[in-house]
Design a protein around this ligand. Structure first.
Ligand code: PLP
Length: 459
């Protein structure tokens, strides 16, 4: 066998990348207040800010865009969308939404009330915000294995089932309207959840008559990890594994901007007809009529095709292997990162990368800016800028729980040579790590400050 894993697609349309020099990038990052969110994307050479909505659609998806029927009600595009999602997931009632968070808002509005508790292996930030907006508590129950960044465990995304049992004992099933599993575990380094864990969580939920939902954004990447790593699944197809995961649950929310490779779209799915009716009633208020839910007919077509492409095993093999490839090369060079590499992203550990900086000196920001200055690579800090805060009385900066820099890989967008370039840039930044400056925040908003903060290097 050959060791080179090729992209299983040819390129028909190209987008020009504007090349820039380090001197130009120095000016641009300064003008952006040293905030990578304030950069213009055409001033970025390789954009690894997120894998959400940034994928490249296939010729089949673009054909679907032309086929899209824009009728207000009962469009054939809706039925193709519904049939495709039902075919992959087996869920009965499929409600289109403009993206994942709209599905979350509707689900929690219908299922949760004040004082409720929603357990999840790890809530994604919009999921947490939507639970909390209902006055409920978002309870993270990650596997203890997740805390060790270096161990090579296959399913660090699992939920801690002992703690789930303890939560039912402490709060009672009355206060737990549903349990969620995020596959793969995005906030937990993109780590997969095992089928054994889904089965166990499902059993605990059934004991208490509590529905189990998937946050299914990366459902097919998770299934591919199960096929590769879990005993008994090597000979099953990803399609079968996806269905087995769904069969253990009662519904899902989905941001199709992830595994379904569309630029915009999502859905909410359930087996419960009564619940689906309530959800549609709410959908009409803010998203739209139930046969389009805030999407154009052409978006529904692209989503219908994308769901089928997402279970293609040649594609998934390339996808997971190419993320792994970056991780392997960085680890070999001694760069500290969450191990093993996740499905959609590499997470650098800025705490160890810039070990001379304290968390309040923003090591993640410093690493991310170094990647931009050196090579025009844009990555996302997930550290004290994002999750720390300023004490409004004393003005003291309080550190976040960890200091990570996420390199998220858009689907089907970059080639291996782009990734070789990214690897070189990260290694160069690592070699020069002792010179990485501290940063401080000069201006910040009270909420979600990372999007708009202005920063400066401390010389
Ligand atoms: C992206 C994401 C969401 C939210 O989806 P949007 O389409 O961005 O609204 C929810 N959960 C997880 C795990 C995600 O990655």
């Amino acid at each position: 066998m050959f060791k080179t894993i090729i992209e299983p697609f040819r390129i028909k349309v190209v987008e020009q990348i504007k090349m820039t020099t380090p001197e130009q990038r120095q000016e641009m990052i300064q003008a952006a207040g040293y905030n990578i969110f304030a950069l213009r994307s055409d001033d970025v050479i390789i954009d690894l800010l997120t894998d959400s909505g940034t994928g490249a659609m296939s010729a089949e998806q673009w054909s679907g865009i032309m086929r899209g029927d824009e009728s207000y009600a009962g469009s054939p595009s809706y039925f193709r969308f519904r049939d495709s999602v039902q075919d992959i997931t087996g869920f009965e009632h499929i409600i289109p939404t403009h993206q994942g968070r709209a599905a979350e808002r509707i689900l929690f509005s219908v299922m949760c009330k004040e004082g409720d508790v929603v357990p999840n292996n790890s809530h994604f930030d919009t999921t947490r915000a939507n639970v909390e907006f209902r006055g409920a508590t978002a309870l993270d129950l990650p596997s203890p294995e997740l805390a060790d960044m270096d161990s090579d465990r296959p399913f660090k995304g699992d939920m801690n089932v002992d703690r789930l049992r303890a939560a039912f004992a402490e709060y009672g099933a009355d206060r737990i309207p549903l349990v969620m599993l995020t596959v793969t575990n995005n906030s937990g380094g993109g780590q997969p959840v095992s089928m054994a864990n889904i089965r166990e969580v499902s059993a605990v939920c059934r004991e208490h008559n509590t529905p189990l939902y998937l946050d299914a954004c990366r459902l097919t990447e998770n299934s591919y990890f199960i096929k590769q790593r879990e005993t008994g699944y090597a000979d099953k197809t990803v399609r079968q594994i996806v269905r087995e995961m769904c069969d253990l649950t009662d519904g899902c929310t989905m941001s199709a901007k992830k595994d379904a490779i569309v630029n915009m779209g999502g859905f909410l799915a359930t087996r419960d007809a009564e619940l689906a009716q309530e959800e549609k009633n709410l959908l009409i208020l803010t998203e739209g009529f139930p046969t389009y839910g805030g999407l154009a007919g052409r978006d529904l077509e692209a989503l219908a095709v994308g769901m089928q492409e997402a279970v293609d095993e040649d594609y998934l093999h390339y996808r997971i292997a190419s993320t792994r490839y970056i991780g392997d090369h960085l680890r070999e060079a001694g760069v500290p990162l969450i191990w093993p590499p996740g499905g959609h992203a590499i997470y650098l550990d800025a705490r160890r990368f810039a070990a001379h900086l304290e968390p309040i000196q923003l090591p993640g920001v410093s690493v991310a800016i170094a990647l931009y200055l050196l090579g025009g690579v844009r990555a996302c800090e997930i550290g004290t800028l994002m999750f720390g805060r300023r004490n409004s009385e004393t003005g003291e900066e309080i550190a976040g729980p960890r200091e990570l820099v996420r390199l998220a890989i858009p689907r089907r967008v970059y080639t291996q040579s782009h990734m070789d370039y990214v690897i070189e840039v990260v290694i160069k930044a690592f070699q020069e790590r002792e010179g990485l400056p501290a940063y401080r925040i000069v201006e910040q908003a009270p909420f979600l400050r990372h999007f708009s903060a202005k920063l400066e290097p401390v010389r």
